[in-house]
Design a protein around this ligand. Sequence first.
Ligand code: GAP
Length: 445
Amino acid sequence: MTAKKTNDMMDKIVSLCKRRGFVYPSSEIYGGLGSCWDYGPLGAELKRNIDSFWWDAMTNRRDDIEGLDASILMHPQVWHTSGHVEEFSDPLVDCKTCKGRFRADKLEESRCLLKPSKTPLECGGELTPPRRFNLMFKTFMGPVEDESSITYIRPETAQGIYVNFLNVKNSSRQKIPFGIAQIGKAFRNEITPGNFIFRTREFEQMEMQYFIHPDEDEKWFEYWREQRWQWYKALGINMDKLRWHEHEKDELAHYAKKAYDIEYEYPFGWQELEGVHNRTDFDLTRHMEATGKDLRYFDERFPEKFIPYIIETSAGCDRTLLTVLVDGYDEIEVKGEKRVFLRLSPRIAPIKAAVFPLVKKDGMPEFARNVHQQLKKRFKVFYDESGAVGRRYARMDEAGCPYCITVDGQTLQDETMTVRERDSMEQTRMKTEEIIDFLADKVRG
Ligand code: GAP
């Protein structure tokens, strides 16, 4: 895709997000804050639905995975032990001409501040030699701001799981293989955030750590790759736009023996959406050495104690949200007019159905409001009686609402309503109880 087309597509997504209340720039009335975004009414619902869809697949539907919600601030020693203080850095270069700061390993993807059509390699500006820049945000804990009160704002949720391995194992009585799942905020002082909510400094991760016997790492690694691939399929993503990328030796994170990314083809190119990592016994060994706590595992099935290996699945919630927006965005001409459709799966759509009276008379609004009341007990539904019905359909189509229910003249005789499906535009007549069952089936999947 050309740079212009990329920008057009991203501009359309950003504009839809603002217009319909999915995502706003953070602190906008103050001019915004670079790389920070706020989720509006539809965005907050969509994000919750993505979280729930993940949580449901990774915990509720399984017997072998427990949930956790660890604190963002952790003992500062955790980040020394995990290797993040020493290793979690990107190479940074400064341009002496435009004063831009860029990741030395991503110069082809960066833009010169003075000549945005050129990369920092092409614009002729003089670059400094690369230096390491640690991505962790530092803060002070307590009233005194000195070296001894420095702590870090977590750059990944995973460490909260490792330090709770013993707690969860003991309280849940899970036996290996088992996992711990967590959804939570992470923070990275990225050198070049960008592409809307793709790379930000504050983001949410959906991470699961699966504890296994070291001899079985290959088997579980492949198992989790397959599970995560199927999750995106169930989410309704166009699978032609997904691919695997195996990390070369020089790309591997400091903790990983093997890593595969699930990549999506965004308007700005193929980029990582989720990582599946074989972290070996790296983390538990380091925490065991640092704390002196025995994190080895034993049960009667094994001849001796061992430090479990960990297979990690690590997805970004914001990135998944961007992916479903990009993937679902569609423009078509309806009766000579260009219309936007956001083809979100009913499982994650912020509004599951909208209820309309065809006209504002003959008892239709009363009937429709009553249906709305009944559906509201089960689903996020929206009532709308303002404007022509075609306009109401159009508003719901670009909000990603999969079903529109219209009360018309026939409803008053036989209590059936039209249920119009956003993507096929097919209309089927159903009564309220049938609509409830129909929506439950589509939303739950
Ligand atoms: N615990 C392993 C870990 O954090 P990662 O590959 O650095 O691995 C995992 O991050 C996922 O978190 C990424 O695939 C991406 O979806 C999301 N992510 C990472 N950095 C991000 C950022 N700056 N903005 C938005 N999402 C990010």
